[in-house]
Write a protein that binds this ligand. Structure first.
Ligand SMILES: [Zn+2]
Length: 80
């Protein structure tokens, strides 16, 4: 049996530019390992303003991070 890799998604909000984005990652830990390995803090750049944001992910998952912008309603005043 081959267990599927479990992709987790955590919603985050950039306090600087107000962007909403999802941080997706694979949690490769087995249940026992997950309990033994505490979460680690890693920096993820905001997809809009590039400001690093510290997030907590399972140990090892920081190597599999993917950032997806959540396109909500535009709350900025537009360009021209
Ligand atoms: Zn931002």
């Amino acid at each position: 049996m081959t267990p599927a890799r479990e992709r987790k998604r955590d919603p985050h909000h950039c306090a600087d530019c107000g962007a909403d984005f999802d941080v997706a990652y694979y949690d490769d830990r087995r249940v026992g390992e997950r309990a033994a390995a505490p979460p680690v803090l890693t920096d993820v750049p905001c997809p809009r303003c590039r400001k690093p944001k510290s997030i907590s992910v399972p140990a090892g998952a920081e190597r599999t991070l993917a950032v997806d912008v959540v396109e909500g309603e535009a709350d900025e005043g537009g360009g021209d």
